[in-house]
Write a protein that binds this ligand. Structure first.
Ligand SMILES: Cc1cc2nc3c(=O)[nH]c(=O)nc-3n(C[C@H](O)[C@H](O)[C@H](O)COP(=O)(O)OP(=O)(O)OC[C@H]3O[C@@H](n4cnc5c(N)ncnc54)[C@H](O)[C@@H]3O)c2cc1C
Length: 409
């Protein structure tokens, strides 16, 4: 079913949705984007195989702060997509009550460092202007309104509390999605080593596994996290990459009243399943170095300093103990914006490559799946196409027809 045949009208797209049964799809990647898209493909009636190099959730999704938010300044298009992402989580939390253990909407608290760059008041005004629920709190008010925060650590200009924000444990979400996928007849091939899309005559025709076996497909989604830029480069498609190495520290369980996600100048903290906290901070990235066999290590002093920063902003200054450090690439496109949708020049091939994959996972999976089945561009994804990188390489566009790549799907 070519998109040309399907046409672009909503009616044609609806027809295509009904005809999805029998469409063979393969998703490369067992992270949140891969599983969310796979479940939506299966719900639309497509046959789905997920192929993952490592275990499901073994990439960035397994070591994510996963704060669900659209805080601070974003383009209107990016804000709209994130808000739709948050809405999908609210629906999930209503439909799947068991998710209460791993999906919470207890709000988020943010404050900036002291000094001339402190923008917290302007950010609050911006959030009010766009209707993003935000309360501006003085340090004293924080103590009363956000249990678990040491008000003395909040900087003078104050803090923003966003009551509609939350967090998700992506490992639990991925397990939930994988269970639905299997129940719908989907196949999960995990711990398979690296796979690659097979492209024949300008069209994706399937995936070749590390052991040489092939899985045929009419549509292929590359959702391989940090491996995406390399995989697309092998097909002659460049996506700018700004992926850093990052570390997520999980603490031992402790009895503490913090429920909100905290975003502070020196540390981000969120509650985790089992009464633990997870901690993250950009400044730790410089202390990460490669270890053996593709793994990484972080200087123990850095972990100790991160625990101390976290303790400093928590009420009662608890002693925090690190139980694990998840270290590895944090997928981020070069311009910081998501990359979603058809890959120019390769009909039938789509991509998902983005930061904020916790916030965006469910909505991106839903929209990507519908595009893959119907060929009709989803307006919410239009600002986030691969083509913006190709604009710098007109020869590639001329060879493949950038508009044509979407039009051929
Ligand atoms: C420290 C940290 C903090 C974060 N904080 C937030 C936050 O607060 N809010 C938010 O919304 N997001 C946050 N993110 C981002 C979010 O976690 C990621 O955007 C998201 O998890 C990416 O999911 P993914 O499916 O693209 O990739 P991954 O989860 O990395 O999954 C990639 C999958 O592809 C597989 N794979 C790789 N190569 C191949 C291959 N060749 N063949 C087959 N399979 C392959 C891997 O085995 C893996 O299963 C954070 C991330 C990190 C690391």
């Amino acid at each position: 079913m070519d998109r040309q045949a399907a046409g672009t009208s909503a009616a044609a797209a609806t027809r295509a949705l009904r005809e999805a049964a029998g469409l063979k799809t393969v998703v490369i990647g067992g992270g949140v984007f891969g599983l969310a898209a796979a479940v939506h493909l299966a719900r639309l009636g497509a046959a789905v195989t997920v192929v993952s190099a490592g275990p499901l959730g073994g990439g960035a999704s397994g070591r994510s702060l996963s704060w669900l938010n659209s805080a601070r300044r974003r383009s209107p298009a990016y804000h709209a997509l994130r808000m739709a992402g948050l809405e999908r989580y609210r629906t999930l939390s209503r439909q799947v009550p068991v998710s209460a253990a791993w999906l919470r909407f207890d709000g988020g608290l943010t404050f900036d460092a002291e000094g001339p760059d402190n923008a917290i008041e302007a950010v609050a005004r911006h959030e009010w202007d766009i209707g993003y629920e935000a309360r501006f709190l003085t340090p004293d008010e924080v103590a009363a309104e956000v249990p678990g925060v040491d008000a003395a650590a909040v900087t003078g200009p104050g803090a923003i509390f966003n009551p509609g924000e939350g967090w998700v444990d992506l490992g639990a979400l991925i397990a939930h999605l994988a269970a639905e996928l299997r129940a719908r007849g989907g196949v999960v091939l995990d711990e398979m080593g690296p796979a690659e899309p097979v492209v024949t005559g300008g069209r994706a025709t399937g995936v070749v596994l590390a052991d040489g076996r092939r899985v045929a497909a009419d549509r292929v989604l590359v959702a391989a996290g940090a491996a995406v830029p390399r995989m697309l480069a092998a097909l002659g498609v460049e996506v700018a990459d700004a992926t850093p190495l990052a570390c997520l520290v999980r603490t031992a369980p402790l009895d503490h009243p913090l429920k909100a996600v905290l975003n502070t100048p020196r540390v981000a903290i969120r509650p985790d399943v089992g009464g633990r906290f997870v901690l993250d901070a950009d400044w730790t990235e410089g202390s990460i170095s490669p270890a053996k066999a593709g793994s990484y290590r972080i200087a123990p002093d850095t972990v100790a300093a991160l625990l101390a920063e976290a303790s400093r902003v928590l009420s009662g200054r608890p002693v925090l103990e690190a139980r694990s450090c998840g270290i590895g690439p944090k997928p981020i496109p070069g311009d910081g914006q998501p990359v979603f949708g058809p890959v120019d020049g390769v009909a039938g091939l789509s991509v998902a490559f983005s930061h904020s994959g916790a916030t965006l996972g469910l909505i991106a999976g839903e929209l990507l799946a519908r595009e893959m089945v119907t060929g009709r561009p989803e307006p919410l994804l239009e600002p986030f196409r691969v083509a913006r990188f190709l604009a710098r390489r007109p020869s590639l566009l001329a060879g493949s027809g950038a508009a044509g790549a979407l039009a051929e799907m």
